[in-house]
Design a protein around this ligand. Structure first.
Ligand code: AMP
Length: 190
């Protein structure tokens, strides 16, 4: 399988669809948010640094993130495609990812963008706050995360477009429909 970069705003379903794709095609999965939350839970030095940014809804600095990503990637079993979930979030991260993969004789594969209206995103994140109790799922932090997304991450959509690997899927009210379209898109590319 080709690598997959799953891209979208907070609450767009990156984690949910990554799980579905991973199970269906037996791929590796890197969620940088999950990696950071595990570091926080384990009380590591990196976790302490990351917590300050996450709680404010800000991004962890690129250099640190790129380093974490490369280490996590190299620890995965070789030969399967990998789903990148929550990375890259800036142009610098995207360029670093492309370079890191090229150095290993791999490439970015395809990018899947999840497009969801902001009202639905906010409703989902507030619901998730009640269920999972994530520290950064409160209304103020969510607003910051949207702002950061628009300022730093959204421009990447065009970057992927110019790389010729962007595939966009728009939420039309049904997860099953979304999955059907995403699976068809993946199978066309593989
Ligand atoms: P997520 O679980 O992907 O929504 O990530 C939660 C938080 O972790 C983000 O709001 C950021 O603070 C941090 N984070 C996760 N991935 C990255 C990344 N690629 N670059 C910078 N910060 C990140």
């Amino acid at each position: 399988m080709k690598n997959i970069i799953i891209f979208g705003a907070p609450g767009s379903g990156k984690g949910t669809y990554s799980e579905e794709i991973k199970n269906r095609y037996n791929m590796g999965h890197i969620s940088t948010g999950d990696v950071l939350r595990a570091e926080i839970k384990n009380g590591t030095e990196l976790g302490q640094v990351a917590k300050g940014y996450i709680d404010q809804g800000q991004l962890i600095p690129d250099e640190l993130m790129i380093d974490i990503l490369a280490k996590t990637y190299d620890a995965l079993p070789a030969g399967k495609g990998v789903i990148f979930d929550g990375f890259p979030r800036t142009i610098a991260q995207a360029e670093a990812l492309k370079k890191m993969l090229a150095e290993r004789g791999h490439d970015m594969g395809m990018m899947i963008e999840l497009i969801v209206d902001e009202e639905t995103l906010m409703a989902r994140l507030l619901r998730r706050a009640e269920i999972e109790g994530r520290a950064d799922d409160n209304e103020e932090t969510i607003r910051n995360r949207f702002q950061v997304y628009h300022a730093k991450t959204e421009p990447l959509s065009k970057w992927f477009e110019s790389e010729g690997i962007r595939h966009a899927f728009t939420w039309k009210g049904s997860k099953d429909l979304m999955l059907e379209e995403i699976f068809a898109g993946i199978e066309k590319e593989n």
